[in-house]
Design a protein around this ligand. Sequence first.
Ligand SMILES: [Zn+2]
Ligand SMILES: [Zn+2]
Length: 285
Amino acid sequence: MSQVVDLHLHTHFSDGTWLPEELVAQAARLRLTAIALTDHDTVEGCAPTAAACETARLEFVSGTELTAEQDGHEIHILGYLIETSHPILLAELAKFQHVRQERIREMVVRLNRLNVPLKVESVFALANCRSPGRPHVARALVEARLCGNLDEAFERFLKKHRPAWVPKFKMSAAEAIALIHRAGGVAVMAHPGLNRTDDVIPTMVEAGMDGIECFHTKHSTSMVEHYLELADRFHLLVTGGSDCHGLSKGTPLVGTVKVPYQHLERLKARAAERKKETIPNKGRL
Ligand SMILES: [Zn+2]
Ligand SMILES: [Zn+2]
């Protein structure tokens, strides 16, 4: 069987439900060759996932998924093979995490104003991570029996322009790409088919974007073909993954998007080139 990788995965260090060990156990059961962890605005889960991968003899790829904005569109940017202890990266991630926590507080204030008696402590306790998000508020609403299910929580309160929705601070796509590069990583636009934001791709290419996530759970076959074509046209690397969040959305998705190993190979080559470039005059007299 050919070697298959899944390069888009979340754990409970952001809005996934699994511990790193649970994720790795599933990946090993599916005989994946490599996995990348791409939790939102954090790299906290990378060390424990790497350790679990080592035990399971699975290749680990460090990563994160940053939220950015370009021409009014929310864009997710994956940073692969980043140095997870890079001080500038960690300082920036800490800022984003603080913004996320403040946003949760504001959402709960708005819910309380609507006579929905959710306690902010219950959201933070449930999230139990530094990078909480709307899915945690939704889960807390269901757990407190204030909503019947997650869909209802989003539809009634949390979706964009619903009464408890709070706008999110976002950096620009160029800033996100620069941050990933600074930490020695490779910057890839996540799931472009999700919000149909093709028009921002040329600007992001100009900002140094390295790749595009062509294979994704929510990409149809025609979308995959379309983005492979765009990748070719703009000379971009190709990546893909399931965007599995554990059991949060019912059936776990890990391994359902099968990405050939060769794409990871190219990703690694790009990261190695970048690391060489950041060491001035290396190999020169
Ligand atoms: Zn995303
Ligand atoms: Zn994701």
